[in-house]
Structure formats: structure tokens, C-alpha cells
Design a protein around this ligand. Structure first.
Ligand code: G3P
Ligand code: MG
Length: 241
């Protein structure tokens, strides 16, 4: 499975409120073929797109995500914090996002967030059936997480799913982790990636994904280092990579 050279971070996060259907739609309108999005859980086990484990930063709500349920999403405005143009933009359920992305025939890098008060096995058991039911795109869906134990659980339950672990800084045992997960890719912060690490990861046969690079010149340098895929808030400005 070949990843896209450019992946929109949280949709098209520089032009629309992150992790919303508006952000996905704008990415599609800018011919971005893949996006990354973050999955988190509400109090009634509804899976939504949200980066944080609280409502505070990206909506007009307050407090932990776990204090609200699906019915509360109607009252929530996840757009005004970004711009009045997006007033009343809802926080989408994962089911809604998977349906929209499938309609656009886009690819998805879904990041599973570790969340205080939610066991990793519960996150996996909630998300896997949603993917099976709602993912109809011809392009792939790639699961990633900073929580490698969560990815181990995912792999135990699903031998086929494409998986790529996330790193802030790549550790010394990255290779054994990728082998154990039967991963296809390694995802890391581009600011910490060294040319030697990039070379080793590519030599081991993995695709290399970096986040979150918004500068076209740096993106070209990363590609020259062997990076396969760049996650960006401004994917529409990176040009042809
Ligand atoms: O998946 C890449 C990137 O999104 C990881 O960091 O904090 O933006 O979710 P974060
Ligand atoms: Mg993310």
C-alpha cells in the first residue's frame, strides 16, 4: 500500500476548523487525496473527530469529552473558535467522517488518541466496527497512534489493518516495534528526524511519514531525505512533491 506524498493534517487545518467535515470537504476541494484525523471517545462511547480530550480549545463547550454524549453534539459549535465563517460547524462523529471521506474516495490516516478514563482496548473495540461498516473508499485507511500498546491490541484483533506507529522522537527499538506490529510505516515529528534515521527506516523497507510540515522548502528537503509522506496543515501550498 502506497501512501500519498501529501496528507492534510486534521483535514485542511490552516483553512478550516480542524477535524470537521468542513475541513475534510475543503481538503477534497483542493485536490488533497489523503487526510489525517484524530479519533476520541464521548461519554456514551460515541467516537468523534477531536484532537484533545476536552472540549475547551476547539468548541464552545467546556470540560472533558467524556462528560458529553452524542445528543449533545447538536448544541456544540466546533467552528466559531476558528472563524465566524464556520459558526455552528459540528464536531463530527467518526461514522460521519468515514462516510464523507468514502464519498470523496479519499484516503485516511486515522490517529487513535489515548484518553484518560478510556482503556485502549475499549478504543479499539469501538473504532474497528465503525471502520468495517462505514469505510467504502477505494483508497486505504491507515491506523496510527502514539500509544503503541493500543496498536498492539489493534493488531491482535485485526491481522489485515494497515498500521503505522507514531513517534515524537524515534527510539532505539523502533525496528522491533514495527516488526511486532507488522507495520507498513513509521510516523515521526519532522523536526527531530535525522538523515541517518530516515536512511535506516527506508533501508528496512518501511514508508516514512512526518508531521507537521507547513513549509514548502523544508518539505522538498524531507522528500530528498527519503520521506514518503508529509502531513501538513497547508497541504495545498506544498506544490508537487
Ligand atoms: O498523526 C500525525 C500528527 O497528527 C500527530 O500529532 O498532536 O497533531 O495529533 P497531533
Ligand atoms: Mg493527529
Amino acid at each position: 500500500m502506497k501512501l500519498s506524498a501529501i496528507i492534510g493534517h486534521r483535514g485542511l487545518a490552516s483553512l478550516a476548523p480542524e477535524n470537521t467535515l468542513a475541513s475534510i470537504t475543503l481538503a477534497h476541494q483542493h485536490q488533497i487525496e489523503w487526510i489525517e484525523a484524530d479519533a476520541s471517545i464521548l461519554g456514551d462511547d460515541t467516537v468523534v473527530l477531536c484532537h484533545d480530550d476536552t472540549l475547551n480549545r476547539c468548541s464552545n463547550g467546556q470540560g472533558p469529552l467524556l462528560t458529553i454524549n452524542k445528543d449533545d453534539l447538536i448544541k456544540l459549535d466546533a467552528g466559531s473558535w476558528f472563524s465566524e465563517e464556520f459558526a455552528a460547524e459540528p464536531m463530527p462523529t467518526l461514522a460521519q467522517a468515514l462516510t464523507l471521506l468514502s464519498g470523496f474516495n479519499m484516503g485516511l490516516n486515522l490517529e487513535l488518541k489515548a484518553q484518560a478514563g478510556v482503556a485502549p482496548c475499549k478504543t479499539v473495540s469501538l473504532i474497528r466496527p465503525l471502520i468495517r461498516k462505514f469505510w467504502k473508499s477505494n483508497k486505504p485507511l491507515l491506523i496510527s497512534s502514539f500509544d503503541h500498546d493500543m496498536l498492539r491490541i489493534y493488531r491482535q484483533q485485526d491481522k489485515q489493518q494497515a498500521i503505522g506507529p507514531l513517534y515524537e522522537q524515534i527510539d532505539d527499538h523502533w525496528h522491533s516495534t514495527l516488526v511486532e506490529l507488522n507495520a507498513i510505516s513509521l510516523h515521526c515529528d519532522w523536526l527531530h528526524l535525522t538523515p541517518a534515521q530516515a536512511q535506516s527506516i527506508k533501508a528496512a523497507g518501511y514508508q516514512l511519514v512526518v508531521y507537521t510540515c507547513n513549509d514548502p522548502e523544508s518539505a522538498q528537503q524531507l522528500r530528498a531525505m527519503g520521506v514518503d509522506s508529509i502531513i501538513s496543515d497547508s497541504p495545498h501550498l506544498l506544490g508537487k512533491l
